[in-house]
Design a protein around this ligand. Structure first.
Ligand code: ADP
Length: 335
């Protein structure tokens, strides 16, 4: 449904392109996430897809048509693609209800009412239905903007950091419902977030961006368990990046041809405290941090430094503990 071919965009006055030679495609009904640090080009890419920016080179195809930038179109913006802005884009003199109604004003009254109520429920907005945007908090306005973007049943929905202004509890509640609702509407979504946990939990496909380029595209499971670079591994957290040389003693180095300087990723959750007889190594606890649901330990054995989680409250800094590593999960980087 959407195909992006080697798209590049440099803003005037900037030395580096905001987006450089990016290519990917999105299928019908797919939940596609763009994630990466701030400034990696995610929002620019969304604006290019919607046709709000002119690309320097490359092409974007939506439903078989070439997306035209604002310099080639009288009214900027591609129809059938809805962008929920970070700056909300609401009608200031209209109520929440009327804002959501705008996109579906051609439906029968009954159908409008049904759809609007559904959206007001999902976004916990029933009590604000008759309020105007200026009297609402940032988080409430953000929810109205999302409801408005979803109401017109777009073929492709572009969501730019849609939960950025919602507090943790509301965010957790709304996120799952929003994802279920979108799947039911069969709209494809490009979801921009810098929260790696949201990317992993909601997406069919994830593209990790850095400095205007896509570093890896894959399913959440692939991106997390088979990251192609240490950068991608660390982006999703919980990554011990160690050299083969530092694992020598453990006898878990991969094949003989691999250089001792090659790096592997061992996720924190794949290092565990072991029973005495089962230990692969004994390491000293250098740090112990409380994380609420568990503790995080930093352990050391010579040059090998690892982080792991534990529920054991009795272990303390300075203890020497038996450990095992889930060797099947140790991942050797391609690069
Ligand atoms: P992200 O959404 O990942 O935070 P952006 O697409 O907003 O990244 O920005 C990518 C790069 O382009 C950044 O270096 C940013 O400063 C620059 N940039 C974004 N918008 C503009 C603009 N309108 N004019 C000039 N530079 C811009």
């Amino acid at each position: 449904m959407l195909e992006i071919k080697k798209i590049t965009k440099k803003y005037e006055g900037q030395t580096k392109p905001a987006v450089s030679e990016v290519s990917f495609s999105v299928k019908d009904g797919e939940f596609f996430t763009l994630t990466g640090e701030s400034g990696s080009g995610k929002s620019t890419l969304l604006r290019l897809i919607k046709g709000l920016e002119d690309a320097d080179s490359g092409e974007i195809w939506f439903d078989g048509n070439l997306v035209k930038g604002p310099s080639k179109k009288l009214l900027a913006g591609e129809e059938g693609i809805e962008l929920a802005h970070q700056d909300y884009n609401l009608f200031p003199r209209h109520t929440v209800y009327e804002n959501i109604q705008y996109m579906i004003r051609s439906l029968t009254n009954e159908d409008q009412e049904k759809k609007i109520n559904e959206l007001l429920d999902i976004f916990r907005l029933q009590e604000y239905r008759d309020k105007i945007p200026g009297t609402l908090s940032g988080g409430q306005q953000q929810r109205v903007a999302l409801a408005k973007a979803l109401s017109g049943s777009p073929r492709l929905l572009l969501l730019d950091e849609p939960f950025s202004n919602l507090d943790m509890i509301l965010r957790a509640e709304i996120k799952a419902e929003l994802a279920d609702y979108i799947r039911q509407t069969k709209a494809a979504v490009i979801f921009v977030t810098h929260e790696s946990a949201d990317a992993l939990s909601l997406s069919d496909q994830i593209a990790v961006m850095k400095e205007g380029t896509v570093r890896q595209i894959g399913s959440p499971e692939t991106i997390y368990s088979k990251p192609i670079t240490p950068y991608v591994a660390s982006y999703f957290g919980n990554a011990n990046i160690v050299t083969i040389r530092n694992l020598e003693k453990l006898n878990i180095s991969a094949t003989k041809e691999v250089s001792p300087e090659a790096k592997v990723c061992i996720r924190y959750e794949d290092v565990e405290l072991a029973e005495e007889g089962n230990a692969m190594l004994y390491a000293k606890i250098m740090r112990k941090d409380y994380f609420g649901s568990c503790y995080r330990l930093e352990v050391r054995l010579d040059r090998l430094k690892l982080w792991l989680y534990t529920n054991s409250p009795i272990i303390k800094k300075g203890d020497i503990v038996p450990l095992k590593i889930n060797t099947e999960k140790v991942h050797l980087f391609d690069k």
